[in-house]
Ligand binder design. Structure first.
Ligand code: HEC
Ligand code: HEC
Length: 203
């Protein structure tokens, strides 16, 4: 738990530093309203934070601190993605806070359709249990604090995220929690756990 407390303070500091440097170059009227910015987000992430596009994650119901930290990483270019990194470039600290609260307030995506492969779901459940994913991502995999919701997340995005951690393309807070876990998974594990997580109701 102390890790989360420490990182809460760090987030405050990260946002405060941004605020100081940004206050100077803020021009009156140059800023577009939060509502307009959220409309840009919904072009990819869906109007209710539920994405219809492969490779674009759902944001609805995501823990607020997770969303905020990831936006700080994209803005600081420590999380690189061709489509997403440019979107965060001009976000202010207050945008980032409001966006964290906004996406948390949206109803989390329901797992859709019948399970196409119950045996794979079962294999994923077994793996999640053996590897203690719930220890951080919570029992229902709804996430908490800076730890993302996995329940109902898009299957192909979970696969991509785990590959990114394996290949060092994504480093999170610069610590090794997720890279270390991802290194220990093989392709079958990744397929199974992504299938399982994407089908969890998250409550
Ligand atoms: C052009 C499409 C596009 C737009 C517009 C866009 N995003 Fe994204 N976003 C993405 C993609 C693609 C990813 C996945 C990046 C990756 O694979 O690492 C992403 C990832 C994210 C993540 C990380 C989620 C996770 O589970 O890892 C957050 C948070 C996010 N976007 C918030 C926003 C917000 C807030 C806006 C509006 C300011 C926005 N996005 C606009 C395409 C977009
Ligand atoms: C010790 C805590 C911990 C454990 C155990 C853990 N995770 Fe994570 N996980 C995290 C944190 C923290 C993040 C956010 C890291 C970042 O900023 O990129 C994360 C991120 C992720 C993401 C990225 C999701 C997204 O929306 O961007 C996936 C996928 C994931 N974890 C899957 C798993 C799986 C599967 C397991 C079990 C095999 C697992 N995690 C176990 C802490 C943990």
């Amino acid at each position: 738990m102390s890790r989360f407390v420490i990182s809460l303070c760090a987030l405050g500091a990260a946002l405060a530093v941004g605020a100081a440097s940004r206050a100077e170059d803020a021009k009156p009227g140059a800023d577009i309203a939060l509502k307009d910015k959220l409309e840009i987000c919904s072009g990819c992430h869906g109007p209710a934070g539920v994405s219809q596009i492969d490779g674009v994650p759902n944001l609805a119901g995501a823990p607020d601190l997770f969303t905020e930290w990831q936006l700080v990483y994209f803005r600081g270019e420590t999380r690189m993605n061709e489509q997403m990194t440019p979107q965060a470039k001009d976000l202010t600290d207050s945008d980032i806070r409001d966006m964290g609260a906004y996406f948390l307030s949206l109803p989390a995506p329901a797992p859709t359709g019948p399970d196409s492969d119950p045996a794979l779901t079962q294999a994923g459940a077994k793996l999640a249990n053996e590897r203690h994913c719930a220890q951080c991502h919570t029992e229902t995999f709804a996430g908490q604090g800076e730890v993302p919701r996995l329940a109902g997340q898009r299957e192909e995005f979970i696969v991509k995220a785990l590959h990114d951690y394996q290949h060092g393309a994504r480093r999170g807070r610069g610590n090794v929690i997720m890279p270390e876990i991802a290194y220990s998974l093989n392709e079958d594990d990744i397929k199974a756990v992504a299938h399982f997580m994407s089908r969890q109701p998250g409550k």
